[in-house]
Design a protein around this ligand. Structure first.
Ligand code: CA
Length: 656
């Protein structure tokens, strides 16, 4: 409630000058419904509907035989019920019926919409569908369980778009572009190398982070091949996207098929992270929220207009009771119904800290150790004060939630905003402290000079699990494309070494490593910086690239195996990192550090990690005899002593 108060306090000075702003104050005074039965409550004997529409004068429930088109079979007046809700119960088995609501507000009938709590819809999410969820469970669903993973820092996240995973002509996958495509086993590319699910399993990653797969607005589900979208334009938050289903018309199909995918990933040792976008809605004036409770779910600026911290036309108001409730219940629903193991929160900095913490507590109660992380920033200014928003700099106030580190991302490869800018791996001197900041997972460390870090001038993380370490994600150029643009004078072989060095840094740093799908075989989006609606020819994972760059695939696989085998690379506390990670050398383009393996029960007593980002060879004087793990971006065996040669743009990892 503190946040709502602060919002009101922030806007009160403007109330007298603008009548529209008065609504902002009124939103806080709207009745709050605390029951957990919003939406549909189904049984074979009856279906009960409850929606929250406190400003409505009347609300109609309309029943249809189809999800799109046709006339209503029935129109039912709903009963005004407690705390701003409207309710109605229909007797008999209503399963398969489609429905929508229309509210009379200020004497005007609003557009017909599904309620925000709808769990199933017809094609394109226009109408909700009465669903018996137990009928959507695949065989063995009651025994479906998530693989165990003791610590958040044990995670290796792999970010993937459902359609990209299989749509390539050479994916060897039958159900291209579908949930089921990613659940197929035994698929191979032209050279017989594994693709899709088997490839993910082969890589050894622990979490598959799927780009938005809730129902989004931009794709015509009845003609899904026509357009492409990442899906950051939410329509129905609690419904899987229909274009990924084999039948978008029957609301049960997408639910069942997505559960089949979750089950397949779990059976193959991987957890599932859902990319959620509660910060804005794809539609604005015509959104489901706005047709039922105009204005309430969104923040407004001082002049009464919609604020836009998302750069998508609106931003939701998580600090308002019913938006907060919606976010928390929606996430809890995905965990309970779909067995989701984690969430990546889009533009988390738009949300208030209290909402994120309440969500974290609720989700940890349902699934202890659930993985939560988000973008600790916004895409524009928000009327909600910085101090109460879930920004990167406030991560210490967040409970069991991590943020992406743009510090190491850009330290490694150069600014994502300045295309020509180089980073550590491409030979830019002076960014070593930004890389070191990432190596220690944004935690306090006596040997990091925070004044020289690119973005954060102090360690924002209190513990390593609060930092997600990455070199690239779906946004901006892929790492390979960024290197092609910024290091254009380098040969392809040199850029390959830079790429391997970047992934070496990501996978050996403390914190939680994060990989963008296909980076293990140098994924390119052909220079397209923002491919959110680019065709498959830009976005598809090209599975024959796996054959072309098998050496990089094997190297990345080796790094993941190394990380999983050695707790020294995933220490569980900032104190352990400060005590057991010691930088031996920091000079332009060169970082050398040791890890005290014995102290963290690693089978390697001492580990030496050397990163040479320079275009020139460097040497490092070894004390004593060391065993090789990685030498100059290759996994090697054998011992080494004396002067160690560090070739350009390379990683070397030795142990005793
Ligand atoms: Ca959709």
């Amino acid at each position: 409630m503190k946040q709502a108060f602060m919002l009101v306090g922030f806007l009160i000075p403007f109330l007298s000058s603008n009548s529209q702003v008065k609504d902002v104050r009124n939103y806080v005074s709207y009745p709050v419904y605390t029951g957990r039965d919003l939406g549909l409550t189904y049984s074979a004997a009856r279906s009960s509907f409850r929606i929250w529409a406190p400003t409505a004068e009347k609300v109609q429930l309309r029943l249809y035989a189809e999800g799109i088109g046709g006339e209503p079979l029935q129109e039912k007046e709903m009963k005004k019920d407690k705390d701003g809700t409207w309710s109605i119960t229909l007797t008999g088995d209503q399963q398969g019926r489609f429905y929508a609501f229309s509210a009379l507000i200020d004497g005007q009938w609003m557009a017909e919409v599904p309620d925000p709590y709808a769990k199933a819809t017809g094609a394109n999410g226009k109408r909700a569908m009465v669903i018996d969820l137990s009928s959507t469970n695949p065989q063995g669903w009651e025994h479906d369980g998530s693989p165990a993973l003791p610590q958040a820092t044990d995670a290796v996240i792999y970010e993937l778009h459902v359609r990209d995973a299989s749509i390539d002509a050479h994916s060897g996958i039958g159900q291209k572009g579908k949930f089921l495509g990613l659940a197929e086993k035994g698929t191979v590319n032209a050279a017989g190398l594994s693709t899709g699910l088997d490839h993910l399993k082969e890589m050894g990653v622990t979490h598959i982070h799927l780009l938005p797969f809730f129902d989004y607005n931009s794709i015509d589900e009845t003609n899904p091949g026509k357009k492409y979208n990442w899906g950051y334009d939410p329509l129905n938050y609690n419904v899987p996207e229909g274009s990924y289903a084999t039948d978008p018309y029957n609301g049960a199909t997408r639910i069942k098929e997505f559960k089949q995918l979750v089950k397949a990933l779990h059976e193959n040792g991987m957890k599932v992270v859902m990319d959620v976008v509660y910060n804005h809605t794809g539609l604005t004036d015509n959104s489901n929220f706005n047709q039922l409770v105009p204005g309430y779910y969104y923040r407004q600026t001082a002049d009464g207009k919609l604020s836009n911290a998302t750069a998508c036309g609106n931003e939701t108001a998580s600090e308002r009771a019913m938006m907060r409730k919606f976010i928390i219940e929606s996430m809890a629903y995905w965990v309970k119904e779909y067995h989701i193991d984690g969430f990546r929160v889009d533009l988390m900095g738009v949300h208030d800290i209290t909402t994120m913490n309440l969500a974290s507590r609720e989700l940890n109660r349902i699934k202890p150790g659930i993985l939560l992380y988000g973008e600790g920033w916004t895409a524009g200014s928000s009327p909600l004060p910085d101090s109460v928003r879930a920004l990167k700099k406030n991560v210490s106030k967040l409970e069991k939630i991590a943020v992406f580190s743009d510090d190491i991302r850009d330290g490694v490869k150069g600014s994502v905003f300045e295309h020509e800018d180089k980073g550590f791996v491409s030979g830019k001197p002076g960014v070593e402290e930004s890389v070191k900041f990432g190596i220690v997972a944004s935690c306090p460390h006596p040997q990091v000079d925070y004044t020289k870090v690119n973005y954060s001038k102090s360690p924002y993380a209190r513990q390593p699990f609060q930092t997600v370490t990455y070199a690239e994600c779906h946004d901006n150029h892929t790492l390979w494309d960024k290197l092609a643009i910024s290091a254009k004078d380098a040969t392809e072989e040199q850029r390959k070494q830079m790429h391997k060095l970047a992934l070496s840094i990501v996978l050996t740093s403390q914190g939680i490593p994060f990989l963008h799908a296909g980076t293990e075989f140098l994924r390119s989006k052909k220079g397209v910086e923002n491919s959110y609606e680019s065709p498959d020819s830009i976005n598809a994972i090209e599975w024959d690239q796996k054959t072309m760059h098998k050496d990089v695939v094997d190297y990345v696989k080796g790094l993941i195996t190394l990380r999983k085998a050695h707790p020294a690379f995933r220490m569980t506390s900032a104190a352990a990192i400060a005590a057991n990670l010691h930088f031996l050398k920091t000079e332009p383009g060169l970082i050398v550090y040791t890890l005290n393996g014995s102290a963290v029960k690693d089978q390697w007593k001492k580990i030496l990690v050397c990163f040479n980002g320079n275009a020139e060879q460097k040497t490092w004087p070894l004390q004593g005899v060391w065993q090789m793990a990685v030498k100059n971006n290759e996994f090697q065996k054998g011992s080494v002593k004396g002067e160690l040669i560090l070739v350009p743009n390379s990683c070397t990892i030795l142990f005793q």
